[in-house]
Design a protein. Structure first.
Ligand SMILES: *[C@@H]1O[C@H](CO)[C@@H](O)[C@H](O)[C@H]1NC(C)=O
Length: 445
């Protein structure tokens, strides 16, 4: 049976027999929409935001500020999923992630830089005609000039994957993504050919944003969602890319001209790694929840109240792994005792490091002090041993700060940030529901 007929058949069953669970996630990961028969094996080189005109401490300060903004956005999103309301709070930048990839859209292909975002699903870029478009460094995509563009009828089940962000059928499937501060992007959901790395993948559903309001981008011109939901790139590539991707992020102190590899499909395989089972949330299917159980400092468990990291039935709590947040945020109930334990292990008086936006700083260099070893413990006895460079960051010759912050207990998940992931090859496997990791020199891949 032809794939399109098969999908129609499944959709028909889903409509006529409502008792059968036909979640869109399952449909899309099982039957990817593009017509190429070949297995996908992709390598993309990620670049860090280019702010090379700034010194390291200024770049870090901006990254910490963006992380705080992103934490607020994740909080607003979490609250929205729990309560159905979106609170307008702190201004958020639409493209607030840290890593970008080049994506070509349409035929002929028009390239733009997209923020890679493991914390959201939709792939989107701005489209002509613009009711309102942010300025972006590359030309805005004009669907009327592409021979492979087609809007998606609301009867197509991928429209359902938009969930509450689906806004109607005008005449085809339309969406609106809102951000915590009242800014939004709205437009058509459409199928297009995307050029990624050296491959072209056909029939990828993406958001074509005609009305884009708010803070906009300071870098790039769109997003590539790498969350777990049905619309993300990894879900749409599906079994052709073995439902997995991996990346290896270079250190924040490495030169910004160096790139970090991102792999889809076969290329993403990792041998000799440690593997943990992920936790799926039915309330927020987008997030990659990792099963943290505790923190160990110099071989001794930090005294964290039991249940601190638990994902609650209402969708609050837990810990997510995210490429777009630079520092790690921990629920205060875990952060405070960890900070106390670190302070007792370091025989120095902290200095005021508030200019960095970070909390615990010492007026020293990492080579002159014995730093404690820190391990994040995950379910199943899986220990993630953090190299010192992934815990403390040398901001200037005599300023060393903990690259983590506490966050008030509440709706928020804790967030495992990208400094903590640097120099690890990390594999997200949506089919096996696992996350694997292995210390790696990323520039050797
Ligand atoms: C990505 O980087 C690698 C290593 O630097 C290089 O060999 C490869 O050609 C790059 N690929 C692309 C698509 O730019």
């Amino acid at each position: 049976m032809e794939y399109s007929k098969l999908l129609g058949f499944v959709a028909l069953i889903c409509f006529t027999i409502p008792m059968i669970s036909c979640s869109s996630d399952r449909l899309f990961s099982a039957w990817p929409k593009f017509s190429s028969d070949e297995n996908i094996k992709l390598r993309v080189n990620l670049t860090r935001r280019s702010e090379s005109e700034l010194g390291f401490s200024d770049r870090l300060r901006l990254a910490v500020d963006r992380s705080k903004g992103r934490m607020k956005k994740i909080e607003a999103f979490t609250k929205q999923q729990i309560t159905g309301r979106l609170d307008a709070e702190t201004p958020v930048e639409v493209g607030d992630g840290e890593f970008l990839m080049s994506v070509g859209v349409g035929t002929p292909s028009v390239s733009f830089e997209a923020i890679v975002d493991t914390g959201s699903d939709l792939i989107w870029t701005q489209c002509k005609p613009c009711e309102d478009c942010f300025s972006q460094p590359t030309p805005i995509f004009d669907p009327s000039k592409s021979s492979t563009f087609s809007t998606i009828p609301c009867s197509d089940s991928i429209c359902d994957a938009l969930g509450s962000t689906q806004t109607g059928c005008d005449p085809d499937c339309t969406f609106m993504y809102q951000y915590g501060d009242g800014s939004f992007t709205s437009g058509d959901l459409a199928y297009e050919t995307l050029s990624i790395g050296s491959s072209k993948v056909k029939g990828i559903a993406f958001g074509c944003g005609h009305d884009n309001e708010g803070q906009g981008f300071s870098q790039g011109g769109g997003l590539v969602g790498l969350g777990r939901g049905g619309l993300s790139l990894v879900s749409q590539l599906g079994s052709k890319a073995e439902n997995m991707f991996s990346y290896c992020l270079l250190s924040i102190t490495d030169s910004s001209s160096q790139t970090s590899p991102l792999f889809f499909g076969e290329g993403a395989s990792l041998s000799g790694s440690k593997t943990m089972s992920l936790i799926k949330s039915s309330i927020i299917p987008t997030f990659w929840y990792i099963p943290i159980t505790g923190i160990t400092l110099n071989g001794k468990a930090v005294d964290i109240p039991p249940g601190t990291f638990d994902l609650q039935p209402d969708g609050s709590g837990g810990m997510i792994i995210d490429s777009g947040t630079t520092i790690t945020f921990l629920d205060d109930a875990a952060y405070s005792p960890m900070k106390d334990a670190i302070q007792s292990a370091i025989d120095l008086t902290p200095v005021d490091g508030s200019s960095t936006g970070l909390d615990l700083c010492y007026g020293t260099s990492s080579s002159e002090v014995t730093l404690p070893s820190l391990v994040f413990n995950f379910k199943g006895g899986v220990d993630y041993e953090l190299p010192l460079d992934n815990v403390f960051i040398q901001i200037s010759e005599n300023l060393l700060c903990l690259a983590m912050l506490g966050e008030p207990s509440g709706n928020l998940p804790s967030i495992f940030g990208n400094i903590q992931q640097q120099n690890f090859h990390i594999l997200y496997n949506n089919a096996k529901n696992t996350l694997s990791f292995k210390p790696t020199k990323c520039d050797s891949l």
